[in-house]
Design a binder for this molecule. Structure first.
Ligand SMILES: NC(=O)C1=CN([C@@H]2O[C@H](COP(=O)(O)OP(=O)(O)OC[C@H]3O[C@@H](n4cnc5c(N)ncnc54)[C@H](OP(=O)(O)O)[C@@H]3O)[C@@H](O)[C@H]2O)C=CC1
Ligand SMILES: O=C(CO)COP(=O)(O)O
Length: 307
């Protein structure tokens, strides 16, 4: 059945998702600050409102949507991968707080938008406490080129996509320093352990991190030069400053902000996050890439805990 869908954010991901929905014959209205349509007109009568806004804009946009006319049945979908700098909330927690009576669905997976725009096959996850709402969103986007799975752990799915961005920066550094395949495997594996450690504290289920939205997205983003987060790390390793890198980066690298929020959480909750800490110190120019590597390699010896 044809759905009326409002997509907020006409960046790389919002545009790609709009095209996937249009290819399935849905009526899509795309909103961005630059566009001609008003937010009110875009969300009016929409059965689904999907946000692909960068993290820094989510809270303000959610408040603006709240002042628009939204149908009581509207399903909210969030495709943003980040954490709010002020409140440390996830995007789905922000949408759910502003719209407590609506279903909120998280869409996240190994989804480099550039590949999907080229028609290459990909899979993703739609997660919600409301299974029926997740199934509606599954039907909207599923196609022979985009395989969509449902999941009942929205926070876990969302955190997988968010936390891996910090590991993608670290992986870019690893490749930029030409540290080899063994080092990369060690980094990504210990990165997953770190993601699970913090994810559990933030309310996610461990098994979710072994799925598409966790391990899947970690593998995609840590191994692709198409990832903006990977590019940040790679270019830091080549000696560029963060300011120079961000000035020429096409689009948003959420891992930079996420890393700061994670450091705040790790200090408040006393969670050990060695890779995140070194990425943070690197972004703050407190260490060089080589010093960050040495810090990680020379930590106290210990057994291989997985969580
Ligand atoms: N690109 C990808 O491959 C994927 C991206 N994501 C996630 O999707 C989100 C968006 O990424 P992407 O589309 O690539 O990023 P882009 O930088 O291409 O686009 C960001 C979008 O967010 C909007 N935006 C930013 N700040 C604000 C604000 N304060 N108020 C309103 N709108 C704002 C921009 O609007 P404007 O044009 O007006 O500046 C733009 O439409 C990120 O969280 C990213 O992690 C998830 C999966 C895949
Ligand atoms: O989330 C992504 C792939 O799943 C996109 O990664 P980047 O934001 O690093 O480009």
């Amino acid at each position: 059945m044809t759905k009326t869908i409002a997509i907020l954010g006409a960046g790389a991901w919002g545009t790609t998702l709009a095209n996937l929905a249009r290819a399935n014959d849905h009526q899509v209205r795309l909103w961005s600050r630059q566009g001609d349509l008003s937010l009110e007109d875009v969300v009016k009568n929409a059965e689904i409102v999907l946000s692909a806004i960068s993290m820094k804009g989510v809270q303000d946009v959610a408040l603006s949507v709240k002042s628009c006319q939204v149908s009581p049945q509207t399903i909210f979908v969030t495709a943003t991968k980040g954490l709010d700098a002020k409140t440390t909330r996830t995007p789905s927690q922000i949408w759910q707080t502003e719209f407590p009576d609506h279903s909120v669905v998280v869409l996240s997976g190994p989804n480099l938008s550039e590949e999907i725009s080229q028609g290459l096959p990909a899979a993703t996850v739609v997660a919600s406490k409301n299974t029926a709402a997740a199934q509606v969103v599954q039907q909207v986007f599923s196609s022979g080129r985009f395989r969509v799975y449902t999941n009942s752990d929205p926070v876990g799915v969302e955190l997988g996509g968010t936390l891996k961005n910090v590991m993608a920066i670290a992986s870019g550094v690893c490749d930029g320093l030409h540290l080899g395949t063994n080092a990369k495997a060690a980094l990504v594996t210990r990165g997953l352990t770190e993601i699970i450690r913090i994810g559990k504290v933030l309310g996610a289920k461990t098994e979710t991190f072994y799925g598409l939205s966790g391990l899947g997205d970690l593998l995609a983003t840590c191994n692709s030069p198409l990832s903006r987060n990977y590019q940040v790390g790679y270019q830091l390793a080549s000696g560029k400053t963060l300011t120079e890198i961000l000035a020429s980066l096409p689009g948003t690298a959420e891992g930079v902000n996420t890393c700061q929020v994670l450091m705040q959480i790790s200090q408040e909750q006393n969670i050990t996050m060695p890779i995140t800490e070194q990425v943070y110190r690197l972004l703050e120019t407190q260490v060089t890439p080589k010093q960050a590597l040495d810090e990680l390699m020379l930590r106290d010896t210990k057994p291989e805990y997985h969580q």
